[in-house]
Design a protein around this ligand. Structure first.
Ligand code: NAI
Ligand code: MG
Length: 356
């Protein structure tokens, strides 16, 4: 079967890591003896496109993406364009319009990578952060210069939206995921002591949904305490479900605990499969290292493995994950995780270890 994939490398290291992931996926496909193949269509959208056209993506871009089997994304953002313009104009536009309401971000130790905060007794760090990806703090509601107050007196409002249905679907997703894991536990994160409406609704829905999963252990933790727990008791977590903003922050912390932002993979899923899902590394466009061959491609390649799962190729996904582990385990590491390999050398290392 041929899978039609839309590639959107966008900006900075996004370009380098998407090329890396594509090379690995094509190597897998060409070794499959025709069992499956990837038909790539690359879209030139991003900040460079914005500077030329005034648009982050084409007006009919969503139409153009709709019929692909999946979207493989790099990272968006460049110093020449305000970040809220680039993020909303491309990545958030796709996530919201394609109802990719579940953002799945696995966090785990990688063989051969010794993160700065890893303690001898932290033999385990194996979580999945499940991020509510459609509403919450990033719902986009609010405004500036309200009540006609001008410069110096301006008032801005940024409102978080929590719906019972939105909370319930992400929690059921988290519980269902917990049931597939060795450790059946879901930790819910809020700040419901200070945010007394939306987050209290979140807590109530969590308690109600939990009753349908008596076999899954649960806990509710405030986000400040959870950030401490991430660092101090990583072995006590399995699935962590949190709102859009909280999970965004926690998953960057998680990837740093694992060793680098460059390692972390993610999937923006439309679980109903009415629209294509989107696979991307957690990190941004890293302008500080872009274009130098220094980008760690492991986050993007891990995202490609999540895409294989989604496309119904779990054995290929597993093969790819093993090759990633064997590569880091052999010390083929980029600079951010203490090595000296280039992006291309890591790609070659992974392809070599696919066991084909
Ligand atoms: P960033 O993730 O781009 O970089 C943070 C730090 O991590 C930098 O020191 C960078 O060098 C390092 N890093 C990131 N990815 C790496 C990789 N693959 N290999 C090695 N090191 C890596 O976050 P920052 O600097 O806050 O944002 C830069 C731009 O990216 C901004 O325009 C921001 O809006 C955008 N951004 C986009 C995201 C997306 O498209 N999903 C997510 C986060 C930020
Ligand atoms: Mg982030």
């Amino acid at each position: 079967r041929t899978f039609r994939i839309a590639a959107i490398p966008a900006d900075g290291v996004g370009v380098e890591v998407v090329a890396a992931g594509r090379a690995v996926l094509d190597a897998l496909a060409s070794a499959s003896g025709g069992a499956f193949a990837f038909d790539w269509t690359e879209f030139p959208w991003g900040c460079g496109y914005y500077e030329k056209t005034g648009r982050m993506m084409d007006d009919d871009g969503l139409e153009a993406l709709r019929d692909f089997d999946a979207i493989y994304f790099g990272a968006v953002g460049w110093p020449t364009v305000p970040d809220h313009v680039s993020l909303w104009g491309l990545r958030l536009r796709i996530c919201q319009n394609f109802d990719q309401w579940a953002n799945v971000r696995p966090v785990h130790f990688h063989p051969g990578v010794v993160p700065p905060l890893r303690k001898a007794d932290h033999t385990e760090l194996d979580w999945v952060v499940v991020r509510e990806n459609s509403e919450g703090e990033y719902a986009g509601f609010g405004g500036r210069n309200l009540a006609g107050r001008g410069p110096g007196n301006e008032v801005a409002l940024q409102t978080a939206l929590f719906t019972e249905k939105g909370c319930e679907r992400i929690m059921r997703f988290a519980f269902d995921l917990a049931r597939t894991r060795t450790r059946r536990k879901v930790s819910s994160v809020t700040k419901s002591n200070a945010q007394q409406y939306g987050m209290v609704l979140w807590d109530e829905v969590f308690a109600r949904v939990a009753r349908d999963y008596p076999d899954v252990e649960t806990e509710s933790v405030l986000v400040d305490a959870m950030s401490a727990k991430f660092v101090l008791r990583p072995e006590d977590l399995s699935v962590v479900v949190a709102s859009n903003l909280n999970a965004d922050i926690l998953s960057d912390l998680g990837s740093a605990l694992a060793g680098s932002l460059g390692l972390a993979a993610s999937a923006n899923l439309n679980p109903e499969r009415r629209f294509p899902s989107m696979f991307e590394p957690v990190h941004g466009s890293a302008p500080d290292i872009a274009g130098q061959g220094l980008a760690n491609p492991i986050g993007a390649i891990g995202s490609a493995a999540l895409m294989l799962d989604h496309l119904g190729l779990p054995e290929e996904a597993e093969r790819l994950r093993k090759a990633i582990d064997a590569t880091t385990g052999a010390g083929v590491l980029t600079r951010d995780v203490g090595g000296s390999a280039t992006t291309d050398q890591v790609v070659a290392g992974v392809i070599e270890r696919l066991g084909l």
